[in-house]
Design a protein around this ligand. Structure first.
Ligand code: ADP
Length: 485
């Protein structure tokens, strides 16, 4: 099959979350399985500044946005891990030559609808102009969700494009691309689509909803999340449309790129280690404590790496912080996001300078060092479509404490007595979204940590888990094949 992966972010060019990791890695496994893959993303400032060799193509063309024509310039580079995978960049500096991908600390960019209408139309037009024989376009998130709609409407009669099938993967249903009705005219789509069965959602235009309606297949990033989003609690207002299209909804868990995230070959950590040779982990802990100006104690070191958004359970942590700091432990937080969480977390640091390190930034190297040096990882998310950090934590023997939701529920097995005895446990789970439950889960972990042998067994079992991409890639391939039949 010939597959085009289309995403608003891809490592190493642009990343705000797990989506970038997924779209950077999945193509390699599709290729390994014998398929031809190309990738499309916007030409952001970060692409320009990446230092990677990117070539200008001599194909330019215009895209109508409302009443105006806008010129598209195309660039291409080769995937950093495979010379057969071409990445195409859609350039228009007016839209993408900015410091951030989607907005500033004060909110989303005002022209996000226009930016991603432009991107989506430009991708389709580029496929046509470059005469790429694509079978499947695999779209990711609301920023690309107009593509299935365009293919089934404006381009339905186009002989080069009409046979292409579309798959839309939802990485987080909370982000829908919802805009004022007036933006509809920028799309070039017929106003008759502005109704509640198609793109309209409570008088607004909703890109993701339209994508769900028009895509041939919709996937999300874990089985559990695929079930959850049919409910009012997790459906973010789209549970109705999801229920209506449930026959084409599937959950496929994301895989981990173990070439980047394995303690035995990680160049970003101070000492490499493995199950057989674990002593490097203690050295990584010392190194991390040193880097963070924390005293070098034997006390358990808890880590959290997260976008600081409501979804991630940081408010629970804030509620229990004073109580937690009475325990014999240290806590390192690495995250960036909502300003209110930055403030609240920073307020704790003068009080607990010996125990708490709050790092408000995005720092990939520090993320690796926390995974390697911490003993326990906190991920008490309110909801979590898939989550990658809990899977990274397993491989680094950093026992995750998670809430039983979405991908966290699908990947972590609670260390209750029975699971410890039969050696299936990999972490600690909590059911409800309550601060007291988080504290209880942490206390359970701290208690077990004191017992050397069972903790070692738990850590070894965690490190043995394999969430590599092969299985999930095969599931995507089966779905792709099913719609081409
Ligand atoms: P989400 O996509 O919802 O943000 P995931 O767990 O799926 O959550 O993926 C988050 C990814 O972003 C992980 O690779 C994680 O290490 C990384 N990450 C999140 N915050 C930071 C940060 N402040 N610094 C470095 N990496 C981060």
């Amino acid at each position: 099959m010939k597959i085009a992966e289309v995403s608003p972010e891809i490592i190493p060019y642009a990343k705000t979350g797990g989506l970038a990791d997924v779209v950077g890695t999945l193509p390699l496994y599709l290729e390994k399985a014998g398929h031809e893959v190309s990738i499309f993303m916007p030409f952001y400032k970060s692409v320009k500044n990446s230092g990677i060799d990117i070539k200008l193509l001599d194909t330019t063309f215009d895209i109508p946005i409302g009443d105006t024509e806008h010129t598209v310039t195309l660039w291409k580079s080769i995937h950093h891990s495979s010379k057969n995978i071409v990445i195409y960049f859609i350039q228009r500096d007016e839209y993408f030559d900015r410091d951030s991908l989607y907005g500033t600390e004060f909110g989303d960019y005002q022209d996000n609808a226009e930016r991603f209408i432009f991107f989506s139309r430009a991708v389709i037009e580029a496929i046509k102009r470059l005469v790429l024989p694509i079978d499947i376009i695999h779209c990711h998130d609301w920023q690309t969700a107009l593509i299935p709609i365009y293919l089934k409407t404006l381009f339905a009669e186009d002989e080069k494009l009409s046979s292409i099938k579309t798959v839309l993967t939802i990485h987080n249903l909370a982000y829908q691309g919802m805009f004022r009705q007036e933006e509809m005219k920028l799309t070039g789509l017929d106003m008759s689509l502005f109704n509640c069965k198609n793109l309209e959602h409570w008088n607004n235009i909703n890109f993701l909803k339209g994508g769900i309606v028009f895509a041939d297949i919709v996937t999300t990033v874990s089985k559990k999340y695929a079930e959850e989003i049919r409910t009012i609690e997790f459906g973010c207002g789209l549970e109705g449309v999801i229920e209506e299209h449930e026959e084409k909804l599937y959950g496929i868990i994301n895989g981990v790129d173990y070439t980047e995230w394995s303690p035995d070959k990680d160049d970003l950590i101070s000492h490499q280690f493995s199950i057989e040779d674990i002593k490097g982990k203690a050295q990584c802990k010392k190194h991390l404590q040193n880097e963070l100006d924390l005293p070098q104690t034997e006390a358990p070191l808890l880590g959290m790496i997260s976008r600081l958004a409501e979804q991630k359970g940081v408010d629970l942590l804030i509620v229990i912080m004073d109580e937690l700091m009475k325990r014999d432990l240290q806590l390192v937080i690495l995250g960036i996001g909502d300003e209110k969480y930055h403030q609240m977390l920073k307020e704790f640091t003068p009080k607990y300078s010996e125990k708490l390190s709050v790092n408000i930034m995005f720092d990939n190297k520090m993320a690796h060092q926390i995974e390697a040096g911490a003993d326990i990882f906190l991920m008490p998310s309110k909801y979590e479509p898939c989550g990658l950090n809990q899977m990274y934590s397993l491989k680094y023997g950093t026992i995750p404490i998670v809430r039983e939701t979405g991908g966290l529920a699908d990947t972590i097995i609670d260390a209750n007595d029975e699971n410890l005895k039969n050696r299936t446990a990999t972490g600690f789970t909590m059911k409800g979204y309550f601060a007291a439950e988080l504290l209880h889960a942490i206390d359970r972990a701290l208690d077990l940590y004191k017992l050397e042998t069972p903790w070692k067994a738990l850590r070894e079992n965690a490190m043995k888990q394999d969430w590599s991409w092969e299985k999930s890639t095969n599931q995507y391939i089966e779905l792709f094949k099913s719609i081409l039949k």
